[in-house]
Structures are given as structure tokens and as C-alpha cells.
Design a protein. Structure first.
Length: 95
């Protein structure tokens, strides 16, 4: 999901500027998704946000031991989505 802090961190990562100290750790975590998204056509910010959501989904799916077991037993399902602050709509990302 996208919230103000994440969007600011994604914009800071895209812009290569000097983020505030609390956003710096987010910038470092988001950087792999931003680098990967640069190859895609379209809006750079939305591409980076989507790539970051997909990265976090992969990380959660590989988490253990609690999430891994729940995923195996189909007790939970991890799904990526992007929330649009302006419209309130939610875009589910493909698995």
C-alpha cells in the first residue's frame, strides 16, 4: 500500500536528492526497486512504487518461519496492492 511516507521516500530515491534522516532507511530499502523500475516505460514514480510493492511481497513470502508455514498451509495469502491517496482506489498487483 502507498502512504505519504512511502511516496516521499520513492520520490527521494528517484530524485537522488538528500532525504531527511528518517526517510534515509526507506530510500536504501526502496533503491533496488527503483533501479529495477527504470527499465520500464511509463510514469517513473508509479513504476517505482509498483516495483517496491512487488519487492516487499517477495520478501514477505520468503520470510520464515511463521509466514512460510502459513503460506504453505494456505492459512494466509500475501497480495501486493497500491492505494491511490487522491481517489481512494486500490490497485491489486499481479502475483
Amino acid at each position: 500500500m502507498l502512504y505519504n511516507g512511502q511516496q516521499g521516500a520513492v520520490q527521494a530515491t528517484l530524485g537522488g536528492g538528500e532525504p531527511g534522516t528518517h526517510i534515509q532507511s526507506l530510500v536504501e530499502a526502496i533503491s533496488p526497486a527503483v533501479i529495477d523500475s527504470r527499465k520500464k516505460p511509463g510514469d517513473p514514480l508509479m513504476n517505482a512504487v509498483r516495483a517496491n510493492v512487488q519487492l516487499v511481497v517477495r520478501q514477505l513470502r520468503q520470510s520464515g518461519p511463521i509466514l512460510a508455514e502459513q503460506l504453505r498451509s494456505r492459512t494466509i495469502r500475501i497480495v501486493g496492492a497500491v492505494y491511490d491517496l487522491d481517489t481512494g482506489s486500490v490497485l491489486l498487483l499481479p502475483e
